[in-house]
Design a protein around this ligand. Sequence first.
Ligand SMILES: Cc1cc2nc3c(=O)[nH]c(=O)nc-3n(C[C@H](O)[C@H](O)[C@H](O)COP(=O)(O)O)c2cc1C
Length: 487
Amino acid sequence: MRVLTLCGSIRAHTSQHDAVMELAHTKGPISEFIRKGKSLVCAGLTLSNSEILAAATMKGVYSKGADIDYFPLVVLFHHKESSVLDIRCRLRKESAVDELAYLDTLTIVEEKLEGLYTKIAKADGVILSTPVYFGDRSSVANKFFQITARKSLLQNKIFGVASVGAKRNGGQETCNIYSMIETLNQGALVVGNGPPTSQYGGTAVGENQGDVLEDELGLDTAFGVGIKVAHVSEMYSKEKHPTSQIRIRVDILVTMDTSGRFLAKYLKDLTSRVAKIIPWVEFVIHELIDSTIYRCLGCTICPVPPEGSEKTTKCTIKDPEDCLEKLRISLRGSDCAIIAGLNILDYEKIIFRYQVLTERMRYIRRSNFELTDLLITGLCYNQFGATMNSIHSIKTLTSYIRHNTTIYKPIDIFEYKRRILNDGETSLLELCNAARRMKAGKQGIPRPESPYVAYGYSGEPAKKIVARQKGGCVIIKRQKRMPVVLL
Ligand SMILES: Cc1cc2nc3c(=O)[nH]c(=O)nc-3n(C[C@H](O)[C@H](O)[C@H](O)COP(=O)(O)O)c2cc1C
């Protein structure tokens, strides 16, 4: 199994390839990586921040026993020392008038492309390390996505991203999320940086070259991306053609609907058609507008009962009407979850459960990331011209990747004047095939240990909140005070 890391810095340099690889192979904790990095800088190397971040992702991949590969994207372009004017001059002499018309500083040296194609083809997972430019990736990194889109090179690859900006909150997350959305659309499966934070990949701070070595937490998130991409790549590449005995269950959470059950009806019809084509899939549709979901109390009690405790329930809300426990148990046995929503013109008709569901799932996340490795995607029924819920799939990506899941390409159904332009059938079939491949590959690969355990304790404030909301229906048992990690 092999993971390719790309560096999108314009300050990266081929001459530093060996140093980056040396850093990637550093053994021990991140502090050791930092020590090594600083010694390379002291020795006169001007490593760019994205090169260092790339090395941190590769260290993560390597720690999982996977092969690492590295490609600085600047290699694809005319050497930065030759100015645009030099290149123009040369082209003019060669009277390449047509080429001249298209010349920009991002013109690719075509003969360098083959090397990149080969590396991508050999890789099961791909990681991008990029500087943040205006809350987005660099132009060099962007070129990579243009190249991969041209030939669908990211189809079925596991993708993760790490970025570095000069400032905290400098747009690292927006940068990562854009790349995640675009690679999903190119057919990749997307992961974040895994526990303990399980966010949108690596996010680091550093301005001048080498500064990122001062950001241990940021480097650790990049390291996490490497681990996560390697782990999911291993599962997904193990059984590319699963045997016919493997059956899967797909849970569809209908998080919003009209009172006439417009979405649920559509999904029942769609899933019955798909189940006829692939009889190895079972769909379970959860119509959540029929269920009660209490708001998260934001308390300090959830989730894991302390060791030796007889408590089995993981949330303090125990009203039998509340459907979260039932849903949690169903998702635990599931191979794939679809978070379904509506984006229709008559927005007023929508009954929402999406937001309350998403916030209540906090206790499931805090239970050692119970949904780890579950394949998840968003599905949205869109009417042309509707805007009120047009980012449903993006919201699904950003909220549900935080459960340490793997995200699949969203399913978007489009309707124009009652005519269905895209019915979602092909996308659903693709998703089921991916879920089946993942299930087959998972066998024999242990679920990674989560270093994150959020122990709770029932502090006074939580008790007060609970009593107010549920009039005493919620049972609170005071537990021994434990260290708390709040998110
Ligand atoms: C054109 C440009 C735009 C930038 N935009 C941002 C930004 O939006 N947010 C931020 O935090 N840093 C921004 N920076 C700073 C770089 O992201 C930062 O210096 C980074 O460490 C560069 O990475 P490198 O050393 O790998 O080239 C920008 C830098 C440049 C040159």
